[in-house]
Design a protein around this ligand. Structure first.
Ligand code: 3PG
Length: 215
């Protein structure tokens, strides 16, 4: 697949690139580049680095600079300031755990494709009112799992989802079999112990293991 320029990246393109978007928590800037290279080597290049640690923005910056084969995005974007900081660091897309119009507008203003997080019908309707039709279902297992997505496919027939939260290699196929699911998100590709040990081969293997998932 050709990589579009940063300005033209859409949420749908982010979702369609691979069956799984890894949700990454980085505590050490030194881990960022080898971790990103390990995922790319396993065929996963859309990387969501969560803004949950003091090092997250520096990690996004390092990956954007040193791993051009990866497309780094920012997760846990909850405010206009987060969106601005993510764009400044070189993020190409944003993911939010919930949705507000302010965050939606902020991402548009800084040119970041956004996957807004939703867990209820009202939140889907708010995101749709603002023009967002590709959404993250979060926290997916806790909020109803595949059955919830099946129920939503009736009234929200024009929305596509990336379920995230409690998704694993074991249950990912149940989500990916649904017509309104484009990809899933999950942290299992980047275990904290593998990162701490510098076990990049394990991360490459975990990424490669997701390539067989059907979309
Ligand atoms: C998150 O934002 O924490 C993601 O949903 C990751 O959830 P997981 O650790 O259950 O994959």
């Amino acid at each position: 697949m050709t990589t579009p320029s940063a300005a033209t990246f859409t949420a749908l393109q982010v979702m369609q690139d691979a069956p799984v978007i890894p949700v990454i928590v980085l505590n050490d800037v030194a881990h960022a580049v080898p971790m990103a290279r390990a995922l790319v080597a396993g065929g996963v290049r859309m990387l969501e680095v969560t803004l949950r640690t003091p090092q997250a923005l520096a990690c996004i910056e390092a990956i954007a600079r040193a791993v051009p084969e990866a497309v780094v995005g920012a997760g846990t974007v909850r405010s206009r300031a987060d969106a601005q900081a993510a764009a400044n660091a070189g993020a190409r897309f944003a993911v939010s755990p919930g949705y507000t119009s302010a965050v939606g507008q902020a991402c548009r203003d800084v040119g970041l494709a956004l996957l807004p997080g939703v867990a209820t019908g009202s939140e889907i309707m708010m995101a749709q009112e603002d023009g967002f039709t590709e959404l993250k279902f979060f926290p997916a297992m806790q909020a109803g799992g595949p059955a919830m997505l099946k129920a939503w496919s009736g009234p929200f027939f024009d929305v596509r989802f990336c379920p995230t939260g409690g998704v694993s290699l074991q249950n990912a196929a149940d989500f990916l079999a649904l017509p309104n699911v484009v990809c899933v998100g999950g942290s299992w590709l980047v275990p904290a112990d593998a990162m701490a040990a510098g076990d990049w081969a394990r991360i490459t293997q975990l990424a490669a293991d997701t390539q067989g998932l059907r979309r």
